[in-house]
Design a protein around this ligand. Sequence first.
Ligand code: FMN
Length: 189
Amino acid sequence: MSDALELLSTRRSAKPNELAGPAPSAAEIDRLLTVASRVPDHGKLTPWRFILFEGDARHTAGDAIAAAFRAKYPDAKPEQVEAERQRLARAPLVVAVVSRAAPHVKIPEWEQVLSAGAATMNLVLAAHASGFAASWITEWYAYDRAVLDALGLAAHERIAGFVHIGRPSGAPSDRPRPALNEIATRFGG
Ligand SMILES: Cc1cc2nc3c(=O)[nH]c(=O)nc-3n(C[C@H](O)[C@H](O)[C@H](O)COP(=O)(O)O)c2cc1C
């Protein structure tokens, strides 16, 4: 098997809090984002963008997540609020992939959203191929307007994923995968 097929056949998500430092270097991050940007994109609209969270900025974003959590759950315990503040600080690097899909005269919005998913998956795979592990998650704060405002998302923008990237702490066991005969059919067969 080629190295690429081996990677694709064995990749597993890591848990965000099992992703250790050190974070990817600036050059490694450039490489990851360059690969993430190299995806099919009908109409060449670049209907996605990236926001990087590193170092203290992860806690600044965490303050907004904690504030939104407190607003939703005023009776939350301080330790729960603190856990929310740590959301983006579990891994040394978090990349938010933001879908910029919008109505267009020719290109369906659906196809723009799919391109954002492809960019997110490419980022995950590039991280694994570079010796890191990754976790593609959204969690509640990806859908909270106050958090999205604090992160600078426009009204039409959406979070495709918060990709957590760091050093793997071990090889995770696999999970069951779909049986091909349940998801693949031969037309006319
Ligand atoms: C758009 C999207 C959002 C996701 N959000 C979460 C999430 O918030 N929490 C979670 O535990 N897994 C989430 N997942 C699932 C994980 O990325 C991952 O697929 C899952 O842990 C299974 O691991 P695997 O990638 O090794 O198959 C999400 C997946 C996608 C595609």
